[in-house]
Ligand binder design. Structure first.
Ligand code: NAD
Length: 472
């Protein structure tokens, strides 16, 4: 669905008018383009607090971005050490001196804060970001890497928790389509930062901002990985794949090399076939709430030679204030949006149809985090999805199966097109990007979790909401 306000605001006349009367101009976000060779292009300033351990992986990952120009801040104490670390992985980093007069722009600022152990040492954030935060390019990326607070104690845990407030506040200050994220990394898991660096520094994360993910150790080897076709040889199933976000997920997983089966209810067969044809995939016409659904999906998975990626996208809303809500509205939403997912997971994992190292990614919602008027049923189901992530990421850890969720905010689909105009406009603008997201923004985030490169990420919930003000 198109956003007329954004189109007018970005026309030459509209821009002049909107600026004159001080109305926000939602930036046209840079998104991943087919054939794009470098996951980031432009200057990338890298810094680190003393005693930090992730900067080697940052430089090694940037080596895979031919159009990135790494640099370090000349006026910080450890600039020459950082340059040596860059050189050790074959990267040459410029020495950059920040002055008020200098008008260079940065496509990304990356700060390794893993070494911060006290609240006093948090000042390293100010020292790095203060001279350069106003020098961000359009649709730039800010990334802070911290040490997972739950793995620490005392002042270090306190200080590391502080990084969340820093990044979320930065997100509200940077404009023009820029994003900020915090990645907490366990000690010894630094090599696993390659996947979040690739995703969060690239245009694939255009509408993701102010998110926190946790990365743990795994055997994934970034050097021997094909980042252009990350899902080559993988088999994926996407429920609710005939339209909207589900169809977009199917397209992105196929683009990344997966063989995709799209599932939807029989009345959606025509649309389902169109999507399957486009991506050269398979179809499965099935109601996921039916008694036979887990068995039918398991059989289909076995015929495919086993499933690697299961995306629970099918979902419905049946809104009514609680006092007016009929019983069938409650039952339907809870059954489709969560109960059926548990039944399907259990069957697929129990009989090995989703093999070791598999991926389960489910779609939650901002309504499951912040709650929403008229959506007690939907909010319950989408919060329960987060419960599923918490529980099964632990339960399936020994099989190497990761379980993560993506929580969309306002996404331009048929679901949101049906919302009355004034409520729709409010929902669309209530985020730091001043616009709704596109289905592809959710799909890219799903593909990030579905990748073998994300083996170290399980139990995460990433919001795709442009830093929505609700539930932040
Ligand atoms: P949509 O209505 O366009 O698509 C949902 C699909 O699920 C449909 O094709 C539908 O036929 C299918 N489906 C419904 N019940 C099913 C069943 N019992 N068995 C099999 N398939 C079934 O919705 P969308 O906007 O693309 O949303 C996709 C997911 O994203 C949903 O889980 C939704 O709750 C979630 N979400 C969407 C938004 C948004 O802004 N659009 C925001 C937050 C979360």
């Amino acid at each position: 669905m198109s956003d007329t306000y954004q189109t007018i605001a970005n026309s030459p006349m509209g821009k002049a008018l909107f600026n004159a009367i001080n109305l926000p101009i939602p930036v046209i976000l840079e998104r991943w383009q087919p054939g794009q060779k470098s996951f980031i292009s432009g200057r990338v300033l890298v810094g680190a607090a003393p005693g930090s351990s992730a900067v080697d992986t940052v430089f090694a990952t940037l080596k895979g971005a031919p159009e990135a120009q790494p640099a370090v801040l000349a006026n910080t104490g450890n600039a020459s050490d950082l340059q040596k670390q860059a050189a050790a992985v074959g990267v040459s980093a410029d020495n950059y001196t920040a002055t008020k007069e200098d008008d260079s722009k940065f496509k990304a600022l990356v700060f390794d804060a893993t070494g911060i152990e006290t609240p006093e040492q948090l000042k390293a954030l100010w020292e790095f970001f203060h001279p350069v935060i106003k020098k961000l390019d359009k649709c730039a990326r800010v990334l802070v890497i911290g040490r997972t607070p739950e793995t620490l104690g005392g002042a270090a845990r306190v200080a590391q928790r502080g990084l969340e407030g820093f990044t979320r506040s930065v997100g509200k200050e940077i404009k023009r389509g820029s994003t900020v994220q915090l990645v907490y990394c366990d000690a010894g898991a630094e090599s696993q930062l390659a996947a979040p660096l690739h995703f969060f520094l690239s245009p694939k994360s255009a509408y993701v901002s102010a998110q926190v993910v946790r990365v743990g150790a795994s055997g994934f080897d970034a050097d021997a990985f094909d980042w252009d076709k990350p899902l080559a040889g993988k088999k994926a199933l996407v429920t609710g794949g005939s339209r909207g976000i589900g169809a977009s997920i199917a397209r992105v997983l196929a683009r990344d090399g997966a063989e995709v089966t799209v599932l939807d209810i029989p009345p959606m067969a025509e649309d389902l076939n169109k999507v399957a044809e486009e991506i050269q995939g398979q179809t499965l016409e099935l109601d996921i709430t039916s008694d036979e659904a887990p068995r039918v999906i398991a059989e289909a998975a076995r015929k495919m030679g086993g499933l690697d990626i299961l995306v629970h996208n099918a979902g419905v809303t049946r809104d009514k204030m609680l006092g007016n809500m009929p019983e069938n509205f409650w039952d339907m939403v809870l059954n489709i949006n969560i109960a059926s997912q548990l039944r399907i997971n259990e069957q697929l994992v129990a009989d090995g149809a989703l093999g070791d190292g598999g991926r389960i990614v489910s779609i939650s919602s901002i309504a499951g985090i912040a709650g929403n008027l008229g959506q007690t049923n939907y909010g319950t189901s989408k919060a329960a999805v987060i419960g599923m992530i918490d529980t099964y990421s632990e339960e399936y850890a020994d099989k190497g199966i990761t379980v993560n969720a993506v929580a969309p905010g306002f996404i331009e689909t048929q679901m949101t097109a049906a919302i009355p105009f004034t409520i729709r406009e409010a929902g669309r603008r209530m985020n730091t990007m001043n616009q709704g997201g596109q289905p592809v923004d959710v799909a890219e985030t799903i593909a990030f979790f579905a990748s073998p490169a994300a083996q170290g990420l399980s139990g995460n919930v990433v919001r795709v909401c442009g830093q929505m003000m609700l539930g932040a």
